[in-house]
Design a protein around this ligand. Sequence first.
Ligand code: OGA
Ligand code: NI
Length: 348
Amino acid sequence: MGSLGDWPEPVVCVQSLSEKGELVIPGQYIKPQSERPSFCLKEMNIPVIDMTSLMTSREETMKQISEACREWGFFQLVNHGVGIELVDRVREIWREFFHEPMEVKQKYANTPKTYEGYGSRLGVEKGAILDWSDYYYLNYLPLCHTKWPAHPPSLRELMEEYTNKILKLGAVLLKVFSINLGLKEDALQNAFGGKEVGACLRANFYPKCPQPDLTLGLSSHSDPGGMTFLLPDEQVSGLQIRKDNQWVAIRPAPHAIIVNIGDQLQVLSNSIYKSVEHRVVANPDKQRLSLAYFYNPKNDILIQPISELITLKTPALYPPMTFEEYRRFIRTKGPRGKFQVESLKSQR
Ligand code: OGA
Ligand code: NI
């Protein structure tokens, strides 16, 4: 551990903190009372969509997806065509990465400039309260010098295979969303920049936590991008979403990919679709691994409510802003930066 250049204070890797076996977590991880996990959770689950029924009972499935986007902002895809074996291998290879020796992982230590690589904090506010997790963040599209870890050796190839499947799934869903919103089927893909969409991913590692009631694995946030494809840990739960002002725990279906609407789709749909807040609670007994794949608009394209969705009764709720501009705030302010972006937007 030690200083990582432009971070405001030395970055502490949560995995090594956890492995020390202390019974008490450091003060920097203790959340204010109002943000700590509550235990009166609703027993509900997000809609499960079988992608093969998009072929066999198209109308009904389109309707299910439409309702999920409007009412939940979240759904789980089963029979998604990505391949059960592939999703299992992807999860496993990231688990292996996090179990590499610390010296290996530290070679990829990230900085707040791009966040790419191995890291543990989001945002650069000194003295900020931190989350009980580490991550590996990678930019994939637009094609660039992606900071791939060299170990495990097959990680890169596997992730390229997985990316191709996710990009296809993303394109299919953008079509479905466009039709469901009453738009031309390529409307959202074009709004995202056509073929020039962005893609990046974050593998999240949540070490065991001795005081899970006082902290969070990942603070409440909504995803800033277009939409997210999440591979949750199948053995260890932890993901919760906010529904009607209550936290709902998600129980993933076997081999499911969880899809959620990001902020950019909320803007494009003029808030017909919701980018819903979610968080991850820490676990006292088990470590947890997840992989979030972010399917995003092109960086420099202006994102604003699609003109067909603006009416006298439903005026545009958001001014135009590029995704790049939007993301800059999130990156300096951490996951809660969104609320500051919103107040900035309303001042415009
Ligand atoms: C994320 C996220 C949830 C999880 O990475 O944005 O919300 O289950 N992850 O790890
Ligand atoms: Ni998220």
